[in-house]
Design a protein around this ligand. Structure first.
Ligand SMILES: [Zn+2]
Length: 218
């Protein structure tokens, strides 16, 4: 069940503004990049507008769209990238929020065309064992939502080839923290490669972590 249930639209508007500010302050987005959305209790989607820094939004700037992309409310246009968000909601009713950013290190891997797969820490075994790569898609086309659709039910985020990253979750904070975690994984991978390369947990240690946290072996 979407964990956003119970939050009023007014509360969710404030949450989106706070998450936008956090993304900007942490350098997960530059200029007007990135977008954030959250599912409202009536099934429509509150999202961020196009052409606006996510660090300087106010609650009244956020448009509301239907799952088919129709704008229902708001004076500012939604981002064209909202189609990618809507596809995540359509693929999985359990998705309550979606975050898109262009984090520096994760985007470097997206440009390189390399998924993040390292099992270097118990935390990554539990929370984000792999970040797949969604294949390149021409912006503002149906290719973009199609590229992320296969991963929505099986992962909590993906890289977007030559573009950035997308994360999702039952609520906005979970989706946002997944973006922080994804970028951290990219950063730590780059750093370990600079000191002679990654060192994965042994299969025995991975198995023990999965056993301890009741995570099925993929
Ligand atoms: Zn983007």
């Amino acid at each position: 069940m979407a964990a956003t249930t119970g939050s009023t639209e007014e509360e969710l508007r404030e949450q989106v503004v706070r998450v936008g500010r956090a993304m900007w302050e942490r350098g997960l987005v530059s200029a007007n990049d990135g977008n954030v959305s959250v599912r409202l209790t009536d099934g429509s989607v509150l999202c961020t507008p196009t052409g606006v820094s996510k660090g300087f939004m106010t609650a009244d700037m956020l448009p509301v769209v239907a799952l088919d992309g129709t704008t229902l409310r708001g004076s500012l246009r939604p981002s064209s990238e909202v189609l990618m968000h809507l596809r995540a909601y359509l693929e999985d009713p359990g998705v309550g929020a979606v975050v898109h950013a262009h984090p520096l290190y994760a985007t470097a891997f997206a440009i390189k065309g390399e998924a993040l797969t390292g099992l270097m820490m118990p935390e990554s075994v539990v929370a984000m064992p792999e970040v797949p790569l969604a294949p390149y898609a021409t912006p503002s086309t149906q290719e973009v939502p199609d590229s992320i659709a296969p991963f929505v039910r099986t992962h909590t985020g993906c890289l977007l080839e030559h573009h950035g990253a997308l994360t999702w979750g039952p609520d906005l904070m979970t989706a946002y923290l997944a973006m922080e975690r994804l970028e951290y994984s990219a950063q730590i991978t780059v750093l370990t490669r600079q000191i002679d390369g990654e060192r994965q947990l042994s299969p025995e240690r991975v198995a023990a972590v999965r056993h301890r946290f009741n995570i099925p072996t993929p």
